[in-house]
Design a protein around this ligand. Structure first.
Ligand code: UN1
Length: 478
């Protein structure tokens, strides 16, 4: 069944389907949704609707705002089966991953329902006698959200939930290939009683969405996507005095030391590198392995990779779904060719996998014998591909791990507390994982990276208010 989608502007449904078709990457004969394509005038209406609705919303009690997020969370939980299936059908992650992402979005909404009440300032004595000084956090106003297809409901939820909890209105431009699950988020918020105009959903080209960085009515822009696009938005936002939050690429290292438990190292690498078809900005794309375990690790990992079941995302036996689009597949295949051309060895995978349906199935690939300068170790591929860099010891491993323009997540597998401590202290990354995959994060703690991976305040958890509110300092001369 094909879903006909509409923009959501000020509580109205505008345009129906037609312009853009999104197809199931596991079965290209399955037309998942048709989406209208909006223009600058539509975006303008959405921003105007947000501007009209936001002051009343900000004036409501935080409890009333939290109640609505709670109700939306409950609706998502009730529909996790149905919506998880839709997510898998639309994006290609497995059914288990799709359902758990919907649950994750629900829990994020619930968490921020509570956070609405926990927004606090500080009261202090002034340096001048007789004066009390206090801070309070106020909403920004209108926030523009631009989100990717790889977590097509969790990321919109983790941006929109704190925005709404803290009294803002949002305009969301979701990824073009996953519009249906983004609409499901609009549905539950509307059904939960969110007043019109606070969550506007526009299907517009990226260049049109980028105008939010220039529009005086928009106070901030939160973006997750590629470093190239993020940096262009940052330049425009800076020129217009806007707050910006960017979550961009990664080239996340997973260090495997001689003292690692081999089974654990393989399990951590499999999950971090290949689950979600490697299409996570937190994926472990560089496996940095010390001499003493290198050959055993590569042999055990390739054996485990050969057993991964690649196939239709909705088949419950599938462990690795298709990659999300033809464009993704072409990029990944181009990088595999570059890796081999630059001297890497394809230890396994990389080939197209044939299944009963026509989809973008790719066997997870491991490239061995790579050096840090190779393009596969410097550029984000965003697919089920990991490369192995062999190093003599922990010092060399740290140098290679940090020798990247990116710095999102960094992992180590070791049984030594001392080695783990050294790595925690020296990894240039926003998140460090010890004996755990670089991907797969909690929602109640800060998320973000260093260097080219992120810009602006951290997302999620107890950090989220840093972006979605501004501080007002109030002096009272009693
Ligand atoms: C996760 O690893 O659990 O786009 C989340 C991404 C990240 C989210 C990763 N912003 O892959």
């Amino acid at each position: 069944m094909t879903i006909v989608l509409s923009h959501r502007v000020g509580g109205e449904r505008i345009g129906g389907g037609a312009a853009i078709e999104s197809r199931n990457p596991s079965d290209l004969s399955d037309l998942v949704a048709t989406t209208p394509e909006g223009d600058a005038a539509l975006l303008d209406r959405a921003i105007a609707a947000a501007a009209a609705a936001q002051p009343d919303w900000a004036a409501r009690s935080p409890e009333a705002r939290g109640d609505i997020l709670d109700r939306a969370a409950a609706l998502l939980m009730e529909r996790a089966g149905e919506l998880g299936t839709l997510l898998s059908r639309e994006e290609g992650k497995t059914l288990a991953e799709g359902k758990s992402e919907v649950m994750r979005a629900a829990r994020i909404l619930r968490y921020f329902g509570g956070e609405a009440l926990r927004l606090h300032g500080r009261a202090m004595a002034s340096v001048r006698p007789g004066i009390d000084v206090a801070t309070r956090q106020e909403p920004l106003g209108i926030v523009g959200l631009i989100t990717p297809w790889n977590f097509p409901i969790a990321i919109p939820a983790w941006k929109a939930a704190p925005a709404l909890a803290f009294g803002n209105a949002v305009v969301l431009k979701p990824a073009g290939i996953t519009p249906a699950i983004a609409s499901a988020l609009a549905d539950v918020l509307e059904e939960a009683g969110l007043p019109p105009g606070l969550f506007n959903l526009v299907f517009v080209p990226g260049a049109v969405a980028g105008r939010m960085a220039e529009d005086a009515r928009v106070a901030g822009l939160s973006f997750t996507g590629s470093t190239g696009v993020g940096r262009r938005l940052a330049v425009a936002a800076a020129a217009h005095g806007k707050r910006i939050q960017l979550e961009m690429g990664g080239k996340n290292p997973l260090v495997v030391l001689d003292d690692a438990d081999l089974d654990r190292a393989v399990a951590v690498a499999l999950d971090g590198s290949f689950f979600g078809s490697g299409q996570r900005c937190t994926a472990s794309s560089r496996l940095i392995v010390t001499d003493g375990i290198h050959d055993r690790f590569v042999a055990a990992l390739t054996a485990a990779m050969a057993k991964l079941r690649v196939g239709h995302a909705l088949d419950p036996d599938t462990q690795i779904g298709p990659v999300a689009s033809e464009e993704q597949r072409a990029t990944i295949e181009a990088y595999l060719a570059i890796a081999v051309e630059q001297g890497g060895g394809l230890a396994c995978g990389g080939e197209r996998v044939r299944r009963a349906t026509d989809g973008y199935f790719l066997a997870p690939a491991l490239i061995t014998g790579t050096s840090p300068e190779m393009r596969v170790n410097r550029e984000e591929i965003f697919g089920p591909v990991a490369s192995v860099v062999r190093v003599p010891d922990l010092d060399a491993a740290i140098a290679v791990a940090n020798g990247s323009e990116f710095g999102l997540s960094a992992g180590i597998v070791t049984s030594s507390l001392a080695h783990a401590s050294r790595f925690k202290a020296s990894a240039q990354a926003g998140m460090v994982m010890v004996n755990a995959p670089t991907a797969g994060v909690d929602y109640h703690v800060p998320f973000g990276g260093t260097k080219a991976s992120s810009l602006g305040p951290r997302e999620q958890g107890f950090s989220a208010h840093e972006f979605y509110t501004r501080t007002k300092t109030i002096y009272v001369n009693a």
